[in-house]
Design a protein around this ligand. Structure first.
Ligand SMILES: Cc1cc2nc3c(=O)[nH]c(=O)nc-3n(C[C@H](O)[C@H](O)[C@H](O)COP(=O)(O)OP(=O)(O)OC[C@H]3O[C@@H](n4cnc5c(N)ncnc54)[C@H](O)[C@@H]3O)c2cc1C
Length: 483
């Protein structure tokens, strides 16, 4: 993979061994750069990590994660690391929604994008013709949506935006409150209309877009493999030792670890979440533009629940509750239908309590009790099955909240400090804060580091033009940008 003519280059430190940091380190290693990755935790992977659960011996993730078929950057990394076939795709059914009294199964019909999911929703209980007709303006705006509209829409909330488009309150409650929570991790009244519309446009604009899940622990997809690539290029991965602060005055000179060790570096990539970057900035940079925005990023916390049952409870592989103010859990995953070699085992369920403030006062036992009850609404046998074991993961931040104004706060890879490059899902990737966004940010940062060394490389993959009717409409927008 090393490009011809490039020579061994040294002295790049990447801070943070999550997806963004490891993706950046792999890309640099592939260009002959010996990188030092510094990760504070004993485990690599950050918010997309996994570990062996001590009681059951099963590998669990920090919380269940979804991939989708337009994750081109993420899938390119897995391809590079030889693990792309470890994603279990669900091409037929997109998702089952626990609408009452009957579930709504979202499937693609043989219709052009963005219409293919429409027929699945047409029969949904609780919605009528007025609600369906009120979808039309949002569908039209979704097809026309592109990055040139982000600054304008970032100033208003998703709720205000949909009301201004005449979407009925029933449809807002049925679909948009749910969609906002599960895809942006923020309630509809707080989400940036730009952040939500970007995801809406993407999910509806591509023909047959479908979801996938890791057949192994998330971290098993990339952490050890990335470490090997870095080490083969002469670099190293330091775990269990955090960076205390960045060293340098006018330009970066390296990092100082919490134990006082000084690691000199000509270039440093921060692949840290905003609050962690803020904590390691020297006082002369902290609070100054553009870093003054860092404390304003608000975490969206999660509680993730893992349940081991004594029998097969006949759950769906992937199902979700719709929005309601009292509800704890949204998405449920039956890992026995996902993990490699688990078929035939008694059911193991993972679920997400998103934007989980409403669960924080509850004990683990109360969370487990309510999660089993909410699961039983979807898979009634859960109520009669014996729960053998449960795990509750309290995650302080799944992603930074894309609230109103969020898109405008995201910082570009190039920082004003010479030699300091920024990466992480929250940076300006023109993508949502996801594994795909984190991965793309790592590639953008690697491009920046290489460019400073006189090497031009195109690593990050941009979103492609929407398909079918959605693509035709998008193509007519004057002055359009990606896609
Ligand atoms: C429960 C949950 C569910 C999610 N669901 C999905 C999903 O379905 N689909 C999807 O695409 N995305 C999902 N995400 C989001 C996705 O995991 C993140 O967007 C992505 O992993 C962020 O990667 P990152 O490298 O930018 O940041 P991180 O993973 O946070 O990496 C930053 C790393 O820096 C380290 N660090 C911090 N401070 C220091 C320091 N001072 N010195 C050294 N190291 C330091 C941290 O330990 C961490 O390892 C989910 C996240 C969670 C938590």
């Amino acid at each position: 993979m090393r490009p011809q003519g490039s020579k061994q280059m040294t002295q790049v430190t990447v801070i943070g061994g999550g997806l963004a940091g490891l993706a950046c380190a792999v890309a640099l290693a592939d260009h002959g750069v010996a990188v030092t990755v510094v990760e504070r935790s004993d485990r690599l992977g950050g918010r997309a990590s996994s570990w062996r659960e001590p009681v059951t011996g099963d590998v669990v993730d920090i919380g269940p994660h979804i991939f989708h078929s337009e994750y081109h950057n993420m899938l390119a990394l897995l391809e590079r690391l030889g693990t792309r076939d470890l994603i279990c795709w669900q091409p037929g059914k997109v998702l089952s929604l626990a609408s009452k009294p009957t579930p709504t199964h979202l499937r693609h019909w043989p219709l052009p994008a963005p219409l293919s999911l429409g027929p699945s929703i047409l029969g949904a209980p609780g919605l009528g013709m007025r609600d369906y007709l009120s979808m039309a303006p949002t569908g039209w705006r979704g097809m026309r949506f592109g990055e040139e509209q982000v600054a304008g829409l970032d100033r208003i909330s998703g709720l205000d935006y949909f009301r201004s488009l005449g979407v009925t309150e029933d449809l807002i409650d049925w679909w948009w409150r749910f969609a906002s929570m599960v895809v942006t991790n923020v309630p509809l009244e707080r989400v940036s209309a730009a952040s939500l519309m970007r995801i809406h446009a993407q999910l509806s604009g591509y023909r047959g877009l479908h979801f996938g899940f890791a057949k192994v622990g998330l971290g098993e997809l990339y952490t050890e493999q990335a470490t090997r690539v870095v080490e083969r290029a002469g670099g190293r991965v330091i775990k269990g030792r955090g960076v205390a602060y960045l060293a340098g005055r006018e330009r970066i000179e390296g990092v100082v670890l919490a134990d006082g060790t000084h690691l000199p570096a000509q270039q440093v990539v921060s692949a840290l979440p905003p609050q962690d970057l803020d904590a390691v900035l020297p006082t002369r940079w902290r609070g100054r533009a553009p870093f003054h925005v860092l404390p304003r990023f608000e975490p969206s916390p999660y509680v993730c629940v893992y349940l081991w049952f004594d029998r097969d409870i006949k759950a769906e592989r992937f199902a979700s509750h719709l929005w309601s103010p009292e509800r704890l859990n949204y998405d449920f995953y039956d890992l026995s239908q996902i993990r490699r070699g688990w078929r035939g085992r008694p059911t193991v369920i993972a679920s997400n309590i998103i934007y989980s403030h409403r669960a924080h006062h509850l004990s683990d036992a109360e969370i487990v009790h309510r999660t089993v009850a909410e699961l039983a609404e979807i898979a009634p046998r859960a109520a009669r099955a014996r729960l053998l074991h449960a795990d509750v993961h309290r995650v302080p931040m799944a992603i930074p909240c894309p609230t109103v104004g969020f898109e405008g706060m995201r910082l570009p890879a190039q920082s004003p400090v010479a030699g300091l490059t920024l990466a992480g899902d929250w940076t300006r990737t023109i993508m949502p804060c996801t594994m795909e966004g984190a991965k793309k940010s790592g590639y953008i940062a690697a491009e920046q580091v290489l460019e400073e060394r006189g090497v031009r490389a195109r690593l990050a993959i941009e979103a492609r033009m929407y398909d079918d009717f959605a693509g035709l409409v998008r193509a007519t927008v004057p002055g359009r940008s990606i896609p």
